[in-house]
Design a protein around this ligand. Sequence first.
Ligand code: HEC
Length: 176
Amino acid sequence: MTMKTRLLLAGIALAGIAAFILSAGPSQASFLGDDLPAVVKKIAGEIKKGNAAEAKKLSAATVKNNKLIDEMSDLMHMYRPTDKGGLGIENDLKKANAKNAEEVANLVRAMAELTAAKGWAEPKGKRTKKAWNDFADEMRSAADGLAKAKTDKAATEAAGKVLNSCTRCHSVFKDS
Ligand code: HEC
């Protein structure tokens, strides 16, 4: 085999690998469907199992799929009550207890993952990309605390910290 042939074969192999990687994107996005609450639960499930990498991968695919998240409000809507098409996360945080703490915490961690993956696209004044990611991190850390809560009192306190992180981000990024 000449050097040229070898290089050519290597090139073909690389192109094949690239095509394979590219084709994995859209097929995964379509497998996610168009039911955002179900996808957030799925990501929370991966976090529960300790599959942080899979949760990250699913979140990256989700924010790129405009059938799932077209605008920021589509994502934020998940905090709303279940009868309004959300996951009832805000209400669950307000009545957090030892029993629901881990489950709500995993939903908030999934939301933090999605919030970071979505990112802030239009920096302006205090609304920087870094501030956005810092608030998402703050919410994730607060949720880690909630996941560990073993008593109702600890759950109430930890959930209060999560809700505080919501308010802090809203004070900078939310219009009303
Ligand atoms: C990283 C920043 C950030 C964090 C953290 C955050 N939010 Fe938001 N939230 C926003 C922004 C920005 C909007 C406005 C979205 C829009 O309408 O364009 C919003 C909107 C909302 C809405 C209105 C949704 C709708 O239906 O339009 C609710 C409810 C909400 N947030 C709840 C929460 C709760 C609860 C938490 C914490 C558990 C939280 N948010 C954490 C940035 C954040």
